[in-house]
Structures are given as C-alpha cells and as structure tokens.
Design a binder for this molecule. Sequence first.
Ligand code: KG4
Ligand code: ZN
Length: 334
Amino acid sequence: MNTIILAIESSCDETSASIISNAKVLSNIIADQDVHKRFGGVVPELASRAHLQNIIPVVHQAISVAKIDKTQIQAIAFTRGPGLMGPLLVGLSFAKSMALSLNIPLIEVNHMQAHVLAHFIEDPKPSFPFICLTVSGGHTQLVLVEDHLNMKIAGQTLDDAVGEAFDKAAKLLGLGYPGGPEIDKHAALGDSSVYSFPISDMPDYNFSFSGIKTSLLYFLQKNLMKDPDFIKSNLNDICASYQKTLIDSLMQKLEKLAEDKGIGEIAIAGGVSANKGLRMAIQSTGNKKSWNTYIPDFQYCTDNAAMIAMAAHYKFLKGEFSDQAITPLARLSI
Ligand code: KG4
Ligand code: ZN
C-alpha cells in the first residue's frame, strides 16, 4: 500500500509541513519566524500569531512540492507536545479541521521522539538498540532507543537545556538569537584552551547547565571592568572555550552511558546537533571507541515536519490514531 501522510510541526517558532510517502520525504517546508529576533528569544504570543499566518501557505507549498493532490493524503500528523501551548494549539486545530474535511485520521506525535526518528529519514540508519543524545532549546536527554516507538530516558538535564546555555551566553555576549549558531560560528575561529568555565557534575547520566551561564556572567563582568572592549577583542576565544565546556559535559555522560550499556550505535539529534564542535566531538570519540555514529543532515537537526512525518509513519503502520477530542500537552515525556 502507498502510504501518504501530511505532518505539521508548530511546537515553537518554526511552522513546518511535510509530506511523506512510504517513509520517503516528498517535501519538508519550514517557515522561520523572524519576528522574535528583536526580542532575543521566542515570544509565545507572537509565535502563535505567526503560525496562524504561515500554516495555510506552508501546507499548500508542502502539497505542491510533493506533487500530490490533497485527496491522496491518508492521515494528518501533528506535534502534540512538548512545546508552547499557543503554537501547539494552532497546529493541532488546523490538523483537526483538515482531517475532518478530508475524513481521514489524525496521528499525534511526541516532538522529542520525532527528533530521534529524524535518523530514519536518510541512510545510514542506526540499528537497535541505540543511544540518542537529543539536544535542543528546551531539552537535553540521553535516550535509550529500543525500537522506533519504544524509547526511554537514561539521563537528562536537571535545570537548563544545553540549547538554553548557548542562547543565554549569546545574549550576554551581545550576539543575535538564536544564539547557538552564532557561538558555533565564532567558536570555529577561536582557541578553546584560553579560558575555562566550571560545569557541575551531576549524578548518574544527568546534566546541569544553569551554573555555567552564571559563571560566564561573572567572568564577563570582572573582565569588562578592566577592559571595556574585552568581549570584542576576545569573542572567538570566549565562544570556543565556553562551547568546549558544554560539549565536554555532554560527551562525558554519553561515553559513560555507552560504556555501561555496552552500546556502540550512537546518534545525536535536536537543534544543538547542528553544532560543528559537537559533530566533530562525536565523530572523533566515535573513531576512538569504534562506535557507529549517526549525525543528521542539518535540515533535520532543528525543528522540521519531516521528522514528525517519520514518527507518524511508524504509528500509521501500527494503526495508532488519535480522536478529534485530543488536546495538546505543553509537557510530555517520551
Ligand atoms: O530542536 P530545536 O530547533 O528547537 C527545540 O525543540 O528547542 O533547537 C533549537 C536550539 C536553540 O537553542 C539553538 O540555539 C540551538 O538549537 N542551535 C544550535 C545550533 N543551531 C541551533 N546550538 C549550537 N550550535 C548550533 N549550530
Ligand atoms: Zn525541537
């Protein structure tokens, strides 16, 4: 049977729609919302309004790029959570109306599961069981993946997500939003051994990233008193040193889990997996430890509907559909 699914992602500040046919991505349209840039972070109310403006043109484009007719769609998938309530409501309400009008079922998708399943969009695909380090703006998780829809969290951040640690540092350094790509860009030009930042060691496979941004704040305040141009003159080295501390912390726990579980299939996912330093660290540690490493294409690291569609594909095969009374959940564990 030829399975065609439309998926909608609207959990944060990207409005995205994708069409997949038999697990092959036919289109993946993503509309970014520039409106948040001047506020230095996502403003939920503005995100909801932008989703309302974007959703119809984005879905239209996804259907037209896929070269299908909307009557061929067999199910509509949407992000149920975790995410911002207003944006989730826009995506879900749209999905409900379209599913009703086409008389087809709805499929709810967990956004964090979908980040992991982004690894099944392209080859090579990880084999089970594998470990996925999922790092985004709201989450930092070490996930044990037993099967497409069977995963559990082995460790996670107990406070800020690593993406937040990037974004908050960028703000302190006067860089734009989102901060991760900005820090990444400057870090590539700097020396990571110039400064050192402390990072709290958490028990088991857990992380903590709230202390490091405070230590960056005090470090900057102290140095700016001596030299008002301190940030400007040392930006690349500060970014490189700060980024290295974050990556080291992620790698330590990932290596510990891989060793304890005896698993050598290692994947990274989520917005922060676009980070060049992290991608390099995974590759070089992977080479040393003889891991098989899986690093998604850049377009599938940050939020996109193709990963939602991929998760929906596996649910469709199992006949897991949602009814019209379903509501979004801002908090939702995998
Ligand atoms: O997965 P994602 O697009 O949205 C969430 O579900 O949160 O992740 C967004 C996060 C932001 O914190 C952003 O700064 C970070 O991913 N990010 C990066 C890079 N690209 C995006 N962090 C570090 N380096 C990057 N190149
Ligand atoms: Zn995400």
